[in-house]
Design a protein around this ligand. Structure first.
Ligand code: MEV
Length: 338
């Protein structure tokens, strides 16, 4: 039995724009997906998934990955989760040169599904690492990231960037621009996450931005401007001491860029009333900046606040189902005790 875990992430800057070759800076957070894998002799794949949302639920997949689960969360979300697991299995079989390998797979995740915190990337990354190790093949984190990207790319019909999967595999803060992926130094930023209890449809949201960008030059310019502010944010992080607490000036400057980023994402049509309401709640409570994170449409916002104000305000906001502080996860994918 082999267990691996991988972290979720928030986007400090650059979601959506990264799909068109602009840079993005996602940061891994200490909310992990754990995947336990045991090879099976009969070549079948059986999946048990528990706690795939913050509320938690259990789904026991039957004898084949096509069986429908009997649970009360939106079917498309669970189907999407299972497609990711299927794609991870295909990658692991390929990496280990074992095309007929079967597995019992147990997934536990503290990352809400489809809410902008990289749940699918974390499951795919941890799943590939655990399944290849269970078959006796060890991949390094970069190789896991490459295979996880292929899996996501396939499930998302070619619309995925490398950002989510690379960040989850490597941990910490990363920078992704097209095929150029690297880890970067960043101080421990005081992230607060607000979750509206919902989710967005990444495929639809990405397609919406693509259509706007093709239709209007100003939308294409908006995407480029997200790239510009991301580069500015990277410069700020590059000048900061990664081993010290971030100072007020740095938080104010990063926060200002986050505010711009949220406004531009909103202009691109990927925010939602609940996300805007949570951004305002955090802002008014003293957050240095706040923005939606991930594909948008519903799900999570991330605020920068070293003080308790934003988290408290989010907890009292009717639009927010859960608010929590999210530590930077310095470790990416890793082997765990089963
Ligand atoms: C989704 O988590 C982030 C997007 O930029 C899509 C992607 O990068 O694949 C919207």
């Amino acid at each position: 039995m082999t267990t691996c875990s991988a972290p979720g992430k928030v986007y400090l800057f650059g979601e959506h724009a990264v799909v068109y070759g602009e840079p993005a800076v996602p940061c891994a957070i200490e909310r992990r997906a754990r995947v336990t894998v045991e090879p099976r002799e009969d070549g079948r794949v059986r999946v048990d998934a528990a706690d795939l949302s913050l509320d938690g639920f259990t789904v026991t997949w039957g004898e084949s990955i096509d069986d429908r689960p009997d649970i009360d969360v939106p079917a498309p979300l669970v189907e999407a989760a299972m497609e990711y697991i299927e794609a991870a299995v295909a990658q692991a079989r390929d990496a280990a040169g074992a095309p007929d390998a079967g597995f019992d797979i147990a997934v536990e995740s503290a990352i809400p599904l489809g809410a902008g915190l990289g749940s699918s990337a974390a499951v795919v990354v941890a799943g590939i690492d655990a399944a290849t190790r269970a078959l006796g093949t060890e991949l390094d984190a970069e190789a896991v990231a490459r295979r996880a990207y292929r899996a996501e790319h396939e499930v998302q019909d070619g619309q995925a960037s490398r950002a989510d999967t690379y960040c989850s595999a490597m941990g910490g803060a990363v920078r992704v621009e097209g095929e150029d992926t690297r880890t970067i130094d960043a101080p421990a930023l005081p992230f607060v996450v607000g979750y509206d209890g919902g989710a967005g449809d990444t495929g639809e949201l990405v397609a919406g931005v693509r259509a706007l960008r093709e239709e209007h030059e100003f939308a294409a310019d908006t995407v480029e401007t997200v790239g510009d502010l991301t580069r500015e944010g990277e410069r700020l992080l590059g000048d900061a001491d990664p081993d010290s607490e971030p100072d007020d000036a740095l938080l104010a400057d990063l926060g200002e860029l986050m505010e711009f980023n949220h406004g531009l994402l909103s202009a691109l049509g990927v925010s939602a009333r609940s996300l805007d309401a949570m951004v305002w709640a955090a802002r008014e409570a003293g957050a240095r900046g706040a923005k939606l994170t991930g594909a948008g449409g519903g799900g999570c916002i991330v605020a920068l606040d070293p003080d308790p104000g934003s988290q408290r305000a989010l907890e009292f906001s009717t639009e927010c189902e859960q608010a929590f502080r999210a530590e930077l996860a310095t470790e990416g994918v890793r082997v765990e005790e089963p």
